[in-house]
Design a binder for this molecule. Structure first.
Ligand code: ADP
Ligand code: MG
Length: 342
């Protein structure tokens, strides 16, 4: 058996020291990091954005098929994705955990490996947190802090009539990854001898377990000198997010089904489960792509990017929130987008 170190053998302070001893600060804005009552950051005249997310075992993740390293990575990604969605640059995170005695030090180390991998990739400093025990289940809370030039943050409420609705990457894959892993878990519980067959589904499973935040899209937009009029990240499915954007901008919209980006792997996976790929994009979740609107005059600047799809436009509020299907029919967008397609 693998070596197992009981967390209780270190004590709380020993554990915190163990988990944070290798931190190498990457941001000059980090004045005081882990080790005092609070961290100190200096954003040198920039504005600060703050966002926080809670991840609870059994609600947001299932350790039966989520490797701890991936969970650590994803815990950071889902938070910094919200920072990017404000058009800001993430610089710092705090990470709080509650662990049951089911966890060994080695298991926790794996989780932190993922955390530090994400921090390194996105150049974010871990500057604090809290550590507690939990009666049952693993609880993770991450707060991310970012900086943005004064007035350059992008909210959800700035879209104007006629603006183009854009989204990055492709949608619906993570949802199918989840469906696959849930199915494999069920098969395994019924018959542990059956080996999971995940080979064909690498893409969709990867999208669920190892999401990335779209820093590259912000870079692309800023290089093109395009400032979106509104923006948010897509964590709960396109339909629910576009409704938020319409509501906050007090507008309607028209989306075109044929323009919604869905990867070929996602399409094939959807067909295996007899699901409509568009429904997965509209109502799935955890894509962590960016949904944003741009002024029509900026279209030239982004139209050559393969990572950005123009999927519709903003309309007067009286026109409602509509999607035009590949067959030419028009439906209302609902929070569970697939209802319209039944
Ligand atoms: P306090 O008693 O003020 O809550 P702690 O003993 O909990 O302080 O934490 C000591 C230092 O370690 C603080 O800088 C805190 O932010 C940091 N810290 C505690 N838990 C974690 C963790 N799980 N990951 C990273 N830093 C942590
Ligand atoms: Mg504490």
């Amino acid at each position: 058996m693998e070596h197992r170190t009981e967390i209780s053998s270190l004590g709380e302070f020993g554990l915190i020291e163990h988990l944070t001893k290798n931190i190498e600060l990457q941001n000059s804005s980090t004045i005081v990091g882990v080790g005092d009552d609070a961290a100190v950051i200096d954003h040198f005249g920039k504005q600060t954005v703050i966002t926080t997310d809670l991840l609870i075992e059994g609600v947001h993740f299932d350790l039966a098929y989520t490797p701890l390293k991936h969970l650590g990575y994803k815990s950071v990604i889902v938070n910094i994705s919200d920072v990017y969605a404000m058009n800001a640059t993430p610089t710092h995170i705090t990470l709080s955990i509650a662990i049951s005695n089911r966890f060994s030090l080695e298991a926790l180390d794996e989780f932190y490996e993922g955390v530090y991998a994400a921090c390194a990739k996105y150049e974010v400093d871990l500057i604090g947190g809290d550590t507690s025990s939990s009666q049952k289940g693993f609880i993770v809370s991450v707060t991310a802090i970012g900086e943005v030039a004064p007035g350059k943050f992008v909210k959800r409420n700035g879209a104007k009539k006629g603006d183009l609705v854009c989204c990055s990457g492709d949608l619906g894959a993570a949802y199918l990854g989840l469906i696959f892993l849930e199915r494999e878990k069920k098969i395994f519980l019924e018959n542990p001898k059956i080996k999971p067959d995940l080979e064909g589904e690498k893409y969709v499973i990867g999208r669920l377990l190892k999401p990335e935040a779209r820093k590259d899209i912000l870079d692309l937009l800023s290089d093109a000198e395009v400032l979106p009029t509104s923006m948010m990240d897509i964590s709960d499915g396109l339909s629910s997010e576009i409704l938020h954007l319409c509501k906050q901008s007090q507008l309607g919209c028209v989306l075109f089904e044929e323009k919604i980006p869905v990867a070929e792997e996602t399409r094939l996976a959807a067909f295996k489960f007899e699901l409509d790929p568009t429904a997965c994009a509209l109502s799935g979740g955890e894509d962590y792509e960016l949904l944003f609107t741009i002024s029509q005059k900026d279209y030239e600047q982004i139209r050559h990017s393969e990572q950005i799809s123009v999927i519709g436009y903003m309309e007067d509020p009286e026109k409602g929130k509509k999607i035009i299907t590949k067959g030419g029919n028009t439906f209302d967008i609902t929070a569970q987008g697939w209802n319209a397609f039944r």
